[in-house]
Write a protein of this length. Structure first.
Length: 187
């Protein structure tokens, strides 16, 4: 996932200065996508050069100038394009979370289908882990080494069950949004 898409989403939620954006980012999207303030400022400059955002300068004589960034139509188009693409497997979880936030601002972008696709992947992985558990760890007398190996597998099982539990709770919200029962900010 590109940090640019996370920043576009944040700016659509609220136009901000680079400093304010970095602070908000640290308190929200930053919990699952790390970026330094320097990276954020660098990406804002790139996004402005690409025509995705515009910076309006505020302040005047004797005061430090501040730039407030806003998303332009090209930035919205880019976010919609990215939001409709399948998540990359290595970034899938974090990427999906940003896509959900983008969809909260822009309306349906394809997160429902993406969630369903990822749920199928996680269900398949969980089934594999459960088969391994049954095959390799169903005996009663496991050595210490086997018990440790089993705990590694259990972490995988618990992680998959947890993710699927979250996804099953998110699915009806996305379905309601698709049917028009959701409330988007209308940007």
């Amino acid at each position: 996932m590109s940090i640019q898409h996370a920043l576009l989403t944040s700016l659509l939620e609220k136009p901000s200065t680079g400093y304010d954006l970095a602070s908000r980012f640290d308190r929200s999207i930053g919990y699952f996508w790390q970026a330094t303030h320097q990276q954020i400022y660098r990406e804002l400059r790139r996004m402005a050069a690409s025509g995705w955002v515009v910076a309006e300068e505020e302040g005047g004589e004797g005061r430090r100038k501040r730039k407030t960034y806003q998303v332009l139509a090209a930035g919205i188009d880019e976010l919609k394009r990215w939001g409709s693409e399948p998540c990359r497997s290595t970034e899938g979880h974090r990427e999906l979370l940003v896509k959900l936030r983008a969809e909260a601002v822009l309306g349906p972008l394809g997160a429902l289908e993406e969630l369903q696709r990822l749920m199928a992947e996680h269900e398949e992985k969980l089934a594999t882990f459960l088969q391994i558990e049954q095959r390799d760890f169903s005996g009663s007398a496991l050595s210490v080494a086997q018990q440790l190996q089993y705990q590694v597998l259990r972490m995988g099982i618990v992680s998959e069950e947890s993710w699927l539990g979250w996804a099953r709770g998110t699915l009806p919200v996305l379905e309601a949004a698709r049917e028009g029962g959701g409330s988007h900010s209308g940007k």
